[in-house]
Write a protein that binds this ligand. Sequence first.
Ligand code: G6P
Length: 368
Amino acid sequence: VTAEKGGYDHFMLKEIHEQPKAIQDTLVGRVKDGVVDLSQELSLTEEEIKGIDKIHFVACGTAYHAGLIGKSVVEKLVRIPVEVDVASEYRYRDPIITPSTLVVVVSQSGETADTLAALRAAKQAGAKVVGITNVVGSSVAREADEVLMTWAGPEIAVASTKAYTSQLIAIDLFALHLARVRGTLDEQTLKAHTTALLNLPQQAEAILEQAGSIQPLAAAIAKHDNLFFIGRGLDYAVVMEGSLKLKEISYIHSEAYPAGELKHGTLALIEEGIPVIALATQKEIFEKMVSNIIEVKARGAHVIGLGIEGDTELGKSVDETLFIPATLPLLNPVLAVIPLQLLSYYTSVARGLNVDKPRNLAKSVTVE
Ligand code: G6P
């Protein structure tokens, strides 16, 4: 059994460590002359791409969190308005779908019942559907008009890790493809983004080399029953995934909060000693984030900050600091989620829980 886990104690840890390869494999063959180009595998014509007037990301669970990042990435790079929905909400809310809507469904398994129902409803309404999935021949792969594979390889642990980072890569690739066709980015910017993507596997590897340093933080967290994750902008989307990961496998209640919104209610829950995991990877809103950290510190929170290597400011206002290598701000989520995955993993282990098969959950939810 240890053999199939590649020497790791659990599938989840193995899959966390497979991320550099999963990212690499998802990038391979999708760059031409230094720029992302998906025209070999997508049949969407230039005219169709230019005709898109809005995009809907629809997914469940971790894949939904990938969609949240997708909204920021696509809106920033392609300037098309994006909505993101949980599939079980989308299918019943009568969304406005027209033939010029592009619906992107994201599903590791390609079999999630609600996601499939949303895919079918979107097609029925005349929209083009792009399926981002990890399983060749899955229902999403068969039914979507266009398929963009993530090449993460089989994911066994219920808590999704390498599928998520690969979904982020697929979304970045797709956004850059649209940006090139629609001309929203110049050649130099396209090249810079592509180069940054190609550097991610090696940067993810560098984070994993320090994995052990997260263990003592996890041991401390394992003693708590409640904690908070905070962030702003893209960091908010990442902490939603970090919080879900921790809930799934450690059974610790946590809430992810947009840091600027804390003072409108949630700050009342901050008391002496409560752990707060604060992401501060976004340069543009760094100062704002630091003031939010100071707000929770002043109420006694024990803050674990996650910032960008080379940052000398964050350390001054938090209790512990974790760093990720510098990349383009839009790509930070791919790296920032890795320490959060490790934190969840080691917390679950510290609590002596069944990491790979948490109670009440299934890897793929094929019933409504
Ligand atoms: C289940 C899994 C989650 C996953 C979600 C969506 O709830 O436990 O890890 O994110 O389904 O799965 P999908 O295969 O559609 O990405």
